[in-house]
Design a protein around this ligand. Sequence first.
Ligand code: GLY
Length: 276
Amino acid sequence: MEHRMTVKRAGEFTYDIEWHNTFEGLGNAVEKLSLMSRKACIVTDSTVGPLYLDAVSRQLSPLFETVTSFVFPSGEAQKTLDTVKKLYTHLIEEHYERKDILIALGGGVVGDLTGFTAATYLRGIDFIQIPTTLLSQVDSSVGGKTGVDFDCFKNMVGAFHQPRLVYMSMETLHSLPDVQFSCGMGEVLKSGLIRDLSYYDWTLAHSTELLAREDEALVRMIKGSCLIKKTVVEHDPTEQGERAVLNLGHTIGHAVEKLKHFEMLHGQCVALGTVA
Ligand code: GLY
């Protein structure tokens, strides 16, 4: 299986989102970018690293002189400038230069933090998103919003910085805990509600295949959300207006997240916010 969609805004950015069953296509997908990078740093967390870091490294090693990794403890509590500082230190110690690249391997926390580091290290270097949760596949890996939390303030420090590629391996959804899968479904239903009721209805009608995590149904569903997101961010990449529609449920959701001291997952809070 291989599916592709291009996100494009003339004169500003163009990148592909690719869907595969495994990581086997990653090397080819990265090679097609014709990067000048000599080094690639895979940024991941302590949950995803043990599962997929080796597979991703194996794909990237033939393409770069050096592949390093930076693994931090998983969880929203780590999405801070302290973690970014540690990542800057790693990049400086390993002599990363402006043409080198970061690879975000993980969920929304990893993607947002890696993207922000890429946006700011040496005034901006490239990065690739490899989202491994449903939530990051249907929302946060596409559209270039990057950032970290500051004290109790969610996503308070950040930048718009578009990835060079978004690569999704469906195998990652098979190891995803049910609660994380449900978090992603909250964003899927949000996408349908804001832009496409036929997509929303399709999702409900195919809940059996989706909950059984059948690859074909999952790809169709994720592509549906990415198509809605792509259309919005191509028109309004820096949220001057229209893009705010993607925040349905997020205002109340972020308040719940904060009041619960980030003990509830982001997707659970957004789902509550959407219902509200
Ligand atoms: N998650 C909402 C956005 O990317 O704008």
